[in-house]
Design a protein around this ligand. Structure first.
Ligand SMILES: Nc1nc2c(ncn2[C@@H]2O[C@H](COP(=O)(O)OP(=O)(O)OP(=O)(O)O)[C@@H](O)[C@H]2O)c(=O)[nH]1
Ligand SMILES: [Mg+2]
Length: 356
């Protein structure tokens, strides 16, 4: 019997999902794969690393690459995030540019063009099909701003006007990653377009990243939702220890709980300044406790069982220029990296621990 990923009728397509921060890239991917896998928040720059998410329809495997939002900044940390998006472009068969129609579309196109032409970050896009999806159509209708079809024609004209001639958009979609309106057209188009080829993932795999990666994402996601002003942009999460309890079931079984504990996790929320640490910890530890409660729920849903989550908060001044910490966060040097702190920074300890 042939294995499913070797079947001669198999098809596979790799699709990079690009766009400015907050346009709904991760939301769309979650909708397509049918699971809240990727972290989604109302704050920009939620996604910081590129990673693959997979779903299959019959014999067609669709690999969607979630990417950090395209933006401009001279910070080392931001350069590395942009590099992640550029790197993702190398692996794709087709690229999907996502534009948020509730914001200025021309502005978003200009960002994309600047990245492509002036900064030459997306040379890999050349020669590959480019599709464009206008997201958040639910907001368009609420505003009474003309119905989808009419608006789509006007928006498509903007693409011709603002995108460089070598970027020929071959398909255009109007959709909502929240309500799901119009997403089926994208799914059908992906299904029709996928070329013949073996599957790259086993049945049941939904990502190339491991649980440890998503644990970090969910802690940051919940912290982003609870914290405001500059803190989300100046905080990061490092997983210090992830013990898979299934491996030592008898030894580590928590006898006080009905369900077995599947993992024991130690994570550190890194902030830039002591004042930020005070806010993340909160009055009598209330904020860090709330981040712990919410992220633990997300992680337990992912891992399918109870976990121990031990959260620490540490001040690490200018961590976003610290090579060691950035690499721990999965952000290696970018082509445009200029200044890298090679020396490991002293971390001021003293964070309250939350054990659940
Ligand atoms: N109304 C509406 N909101 C949406 C839609 N898609 C995404 N959002 C919201 O937009 C915000 C940003 O969504 P994300 O999926 O995190 O956006 P992103 O492009 O992945 O952002 P980064 O990871 O920061 O680059 C969240 O609050 C989503 O709920 C949509 O179709 N309609
Ligand atoms: Mg995202």
């Amino acid at each position: 019997m042939l294995l499913r990923n070797q079947h001669p009728e198999n098809r596979s397509i790799w699709v990079g999902v690009f766009g400015e921060p907050n346009v709904g890239k991760s939301s769309l991917i979650n909708y397509l794969i049918g699971q809240d896998l990727s972290a989604v928040t109302p704050k920009a720059q939620t996604t910081r690393n590129y990673f693959n998410c997979v779903f299959t329809i019959d014999r067609v495997e669709v690999v969607l690459i979630d990417t950090p939002g395209l933006h401009f900044s001279n910070q080392e940390f931001n350069r590395r995030m942009n590099q992640q998006a550029a790197d993702a472009g190398r692996r794709t068969d087709l690229n999907l540019l996502l534009l948020d129609i509730s914001r200025d579309v021309v502005d978003q196109l200009k960002t994309f063009c600047k990245k492509f032409i002036q900064e030459n970050e997306f040379s890999e896009f050349k020669g590959k099909p480019l599709w464009v999806a206008f997201n958040k159509s639910d907001l368009l209708e609420e505003n009474g701003d003309g119905k989808g079809g009419r608006k789509l024609v006007a928006l498509t004209d903007l693409l011709k006007k603002f995108l460089p001639p070598e970027m020929v958009v071959t398909r255009v979609f109007m959709l909502s990653a929240v309500s799901g309106d119009g997403v089926h057209e994208l799914t059908a188009a992906l299904y029709d377009t996928a070329p013949s080829g073996p599957h790259h993932y086993r049945d049941g795999d939904i990502s190339d990243k491991n649980q440890r990666f998503f644990v970090g994402e969910y802690i940051r996601e919940q912290a982003f939702c609870l914290l405001h002003e500059e803190i989300p942009y100046e905080m990061g999460v490092v997983i210090d220890d992830f013990k898979d309890k299934d491996k030592d079931k008898d030894k580590d079984k928590d006898r006080n709980r009905d369900e077995p504990v599947v993992a024991s996790i130690d994570a550190t929320i890194v902030v830039n300044r002591p004042s930020q640490r005070a806010i993340v910890v909160g009055k009598s530890g209330a904020m860090i406790r709330e981040i712990g409660v919410r992220s633990r729920k997300r992680i337990e849903d992912l891992l399918g069982g109870k976990i121990f989550l031990n959260l620490h908060v540490k001040v690490c001044p200018k961590w976003f220029r610290n090579n060691h910490i950035l690499e721990q966060m999965g952000l290696p040097r970018a082509q445009k990296s200029v200044r890298v702190w090679r020396k490991r920074e002293e971390v001021r300890e003293g964070g309250e621990n939350v054990r659940r």
